[in-house]
Design a binder for this molecule. Structure first.
Ligand code: DX5
Ligand code: ZN
Length: 219
């Protein structure tokens, strides 16, 4: 079954604990936490202290998406705050291999994100160490953007690429996904779907997550 990772970027920041409870009870598989620094991306969102506070109100798996420069400097803080998986942008580091080792050695799962214009072959020499790959389907920095159509092909190619390399690393896709396009995204090979606006702005969060989880790549 497809895994759903609601992005709290679209939740009510004044009521994060109750919004998290809602998606947790609705059957969300993990919580996607978007960390933005105002440098790598235009916006500033939340940092490790907020993650630490959230850790006290839920046992959900914390999928922390770092959209920050110098991610090396902040890995320990997010691990100490309670992250279970950390995604770093390949475009934000000169030393991707070392950074991934750093994340693993800190005791959490490691993932890299590829911006829409970043080619798949940047993964060639780091595949052995990845627990997930995040394909951005919007340019990072804002919630509520439109899915970039060229990314359907990128997901399909990444799925083939992983098969060719004998890897079964789960593909997460992030940005502009809702009930209108989730089936197609999954059919291309996505296994974990990040969704912010489509979940938190829906009239019935529970029902939206229930339908999303049934998105079937084989349909
Ligand atoms: C974009 C973030 C995404 C995004 C998802 O920079 O990484 O997680 O907020 O939100 P929607 O589903 O609204 O595109
Ligand atoms: Zn994200």
């Amino acid at each position: 079954m497809i895994k759903i990772a609601p992005s709290i970027l679209s939740a009510n920041f004044a009521n994060l604990a109750s919004d998290i409870k809602i998606v947790e009870e609705a059957g969300a598989d993990m919580l996607h936490i978007d960390v933005m620094d105002g440098h790598f991306v235009p916006n500033i969102t939340i940092g490790a202290p907020v993650v630490k506070s959230l850790r006290k109100v839920t046992d959900m798996f914390f999928d922390v998406h770092l959209m920050i420069e110098n991610p090396e400097k902040h890995i320990k803080d997010f691990v100490d705050a309670g992250a279970n998986l950390i995604t770093v942008h390949i475009e934000a580091t000169k030393h991707a291999h070392r950074l991934i080792q750093m994340i693993k050695q800190a005791g959490v799962k490691a993932s890299v994100a590829l911006n829409p214009a970043t080619p798949i072959n940047v993964l060639d020499y780091i595949l052995d160490d990845l627990d997930m790959i995040l394909v951005m389907s919007v340019n990072p920095g804002f919630g509520g953007q439109t899915f970039i159509p060229a990314i359907f092909d990128k997901i399909t190619r990444l799925k083939e690429y992983l098969r060719d390399h004998g890897k079964s690393i789960p593909i997460q896709v992030d940005g502009g996904i809702g009930l209108n396009n989730i089936d197609k995204v999954c059919k291309c090979g996505a296994e974990i779907i990040v969704s912010g606006t489509a979940i938190f702005n829906s009239d019935n969060i529970k029902e939206t997550i229930r339908i999303m989880k049934k998105a079937d790549g084989n349909k």
